[in-house]
Design a binder for this molecule. Structure first.
Ligand code: 3AM
Length: 507
């Protein structure tokens, strides 16, 4: 009887679901029974599954760049773009972020670069590629540029993707407001910037590229921001000292001066999002601060981007936190140095997005500098928030994990986690798999150190201030620099003794 009633219930008609359309086969994953491992996974997934060694940063899996040829860079600019609507017209974060400035008008006018701290058109060190820029423009294939009348011209794939993308698009768009109708594929500028009027005009003529961008085209774009020389003629005695998330790092010697430098070599074809390579070059080129690692130049050697920078012989803070016990004075000195760099970057609208002990380098005298700018992003007045999931899981702020718009405060959370690292030797939830840890960061009360009783009230209060769950309530870098935990300590040499035992060793 019951059964009868059940079966007599009229079946609801399923809503019609169309077949998928316009999809791309970007990832082909499989399982290798012999090795017992997954193969073909995007690097960020692989990292989540095989979490061996130091955790690596992840970038929004929704905007993974396929590194096989041909590839697409969807550049997002439309003519008659209305800045006021920008917040609702989302596009791809990495692209907006990293290739911002990779497009210029034919007249050589700069579409963007709001972030040169000098703001006066001065060229900054490492930007000696102006003539090369012109060359790149000539060489860049015109096919990748498409003038676009309205936003409706976007492909359905783009509009679908854009639903999850970063609002920073509007930044890029507004920064790229141009008066010319023609455009060409070019690389970031030499540090000059447009006037505020130009940046804020609500109507603009912008550039758009929706064609596949090949490896070669991408190379050409990158070539136009690097120095034209062959670094092998300038440096020799390359010795590998480590491997980061984007490539290997070597020490080398400058032939002319004998000075030691660090060279980061990044294979363009092996990047989670190759567009982010522009960050390494452009951010370090444009921003100079005593607590930021100095870049001397960048070069393109076949398929590798080489970033040559000052060599910090003390190595990374990770080595120290995992092998030594730091005093509160030393913790304060390191934290203060990082906050000074962040206060500067944040004042320019730059978010680092991967603050952790691995990104902090030291000299043997105990100077502390932030490095690894490969994941940073820009916020502006027009686009005060970012949205992409970018960072290293254990250090990520809850708002990033919760996919809420975030700003400079997310770096402050990571500083709080890094302070815990300096006390406990590892970040909170480090024994959990990354996804589990991220869930806990998002859902639980802010983490604390393993043994809070060991801390001075001032240090405890500092951690509590940095690790406030709500980004609105969290202090900024400048405020935190005034915190009583940091104020009493003013001895820049407090690390010198400890650093004697920490020196880079070659691999
Ligand atoms: O693998 P470890 O931690 O020994 O500290 C960085 C890391 O070393 C080091 O290269 C490795 C991979 O990122 N490194 C990166 N940039 C550096 C620099 N400018 C550097 N070491 C010294 N100076």
């Amino acid at each position: 009887m019951m059964l009868k009633r059940v079966f007599s219930v009229k079946r609801r008609r399923r809503p019609p679901i169309s077949k998928p359309s316009d999809f791309e086969h970007r990832v082909h994953a499989g399982f290798d029974a012999k090795t017992g491992k997954f193969v073909g996974l995007p690097p960020q997934w692989e990292q989540l599954i095989n979490n061996e060694g130091r955790p690596r940063p992840i970038v929004d899996p929704e905007s993974i760049t396929d590194t096989s040829e041909p590839n697409r860079i969807t550049q997002f600019f439309d003519e008659d773009f209305d800045v006021n609507k920008a917040q609702n017209q989302a596009i791809n974060v990495s692209r907006s972020n990293s290739l911002r400035g990779s497009f210029k008008n034919r007249d050589g006018d700069l579409p963007n670069s709001p972030r040169s701290p000098k703001g006066n058109g001065n060229r900054s060190p490492g930007s000696e590629a102006a003539t090369d820029n012109q060359q790149a423009t000539k060489e860049a294939p015109k096919s990748i540029l498409k003038k676009r009348g309205t936003t409706n011209g976007a492909s359905s794939r783009d509009s679908k993707r854009s639903q999850n993308d970063d609002r920073s698009a509007s930044s890029t768009r507004s920064q790229n407001q141009e008066q010319n109708t023609s455009s060409s594929f070019r690389a970031p500028d030499n540090g000059a910037r447009r006037s505020n009027n130009d940046q804020n005009s609500s109507k603009s003529r912008l550039m758009y590229s929706d064609e596949p961008v090949t490896h070669e085209q991408f190379r050409q774009a990158l070539k136009s921001v690097v120095k034209p020389e062959n670094p092998r003629e300038i440096f020799d005695r390359f010795v590998k000292i480590g491997e980061g998330s984007t490539g290997v790092v070597c020490i080398a010697t400058e032939k002319l001066t004998g000075r030691q430098v660090a060279v980061k070599k990044m294979d363009l074809r092996r990047q989670q999002r190759r567009e982010l390579l522009f960050n390494e070059v452009v951010i370090m080129r444009d921003y100079h601060h005593p607590n930021i690692v100095e870049m001397y130049g960048s070069y393109l050697i076949e398929n590798e981007l080489w970033v040559v920078m000052e060599f910090l012989e003390g190595g990374s803070l990770t080595d120290i936190v995992t092998n030594a016990s730091l005093s509160e004075e030393q913790i304060a000195h390191i934290t203060k140095s990082c906050l000074k760099a962040l206060a500067f970057l944040h004042s320019q609208g730059v978010l680092h997005r991967d603050i952790k002990s691995d990104s902090i380098l030291l000299t043997t005298s105990g100077q502390v500098k932030i490095s690894d700018f490969g994941f940073c992003a820009q916020v502006t007045q027009d686009v005060p928030k970012r949205r992409s999931l970018v960072g290293t899981p254990y250090w990520m702020a809850p708002e990033i994990i919760a996919r809420q718009p975030y700003g400079t405060e997310s770096d402050i959370w990571s500083i709080g986690v890094m302070v815990i690292e300096m006390i406990d030797g590892e970040p909170p939830y480090f024994n959990e798999p990354p996804l589990q840890a991220m869930r806990k960061i998002r859902d639980l009360n802010p983490p604390t150190v393993k043994n809070p009783a060991k801390l001075s009230p001032r240090l405890k209060s500092f951690i509590d201030k940095a690790l406030i769950h709500s980004p609105q309530q969290r202090s900024g870098a400048l405020d935190l620099l005034q915190h009583p935990f940091l104020r009493p300590y003013n001895n820049p040499n407090c690390l010198a003794e400890l650093m004697k035992s920490f020196r880079h060793s070659v691999c």
